[in-house]
Design a binder for this molecule. Sequence first.
Ligand code: RBF
Length: 155
Amino acid sequence: MKHNTFEKIRSADVRIAIVRARFNEDITAGLLAGALEALQEAGIPSEKVRVVEVPGSFEVPLAADRLFAAKAADAVVCLGALIQGDTPHFEYISRACASGIMQVGLRHGKPCVFGVITCFTREQAEERSGPGDMNRGREAAKVALEMIEQLGEIA
Ligand code: RBF
């Protein structure tokens, strides 16, 4: 598989926004750290990265939509952590969040990346938000860069 070095966009003027849900705060802090690290490694200067916080994953799509509407970002990385509880609430928020994020990307024609983890247990969430390659925030930030590059080539 081709290893993407993001060579083409490294020199470009890309602005990345991260929308981070605060619910399950310790987990989303780990996702945020992973995303920021990946962007730094790709050579994106920190002044080109904006972090917006919202209460929970349900609020993430709206914040992403407003960032694109304000022309404040070339890609939005959406971060949140949904952990299943005793009621069906998890299902409603997960579906609304995933579908909302997809709709925002299509509406604005820009990468709106699904970095929201949906887990059955806290342990699973910890695994996916810790240091290292399993960190889904890190992965989501790389997807944003790759998609900016790909969409630029298509255009
Ligand atoms: N937000 C999350 O990001 N992750 C969750 O696991 C989560 N669980 C929730 C469970 C319940 C019962 C409720 C009422 C809310 C939960 N939220 C969760 C918050 C949700 O995303 C949103 O912020 C609120 O519903 C307000 O719109």
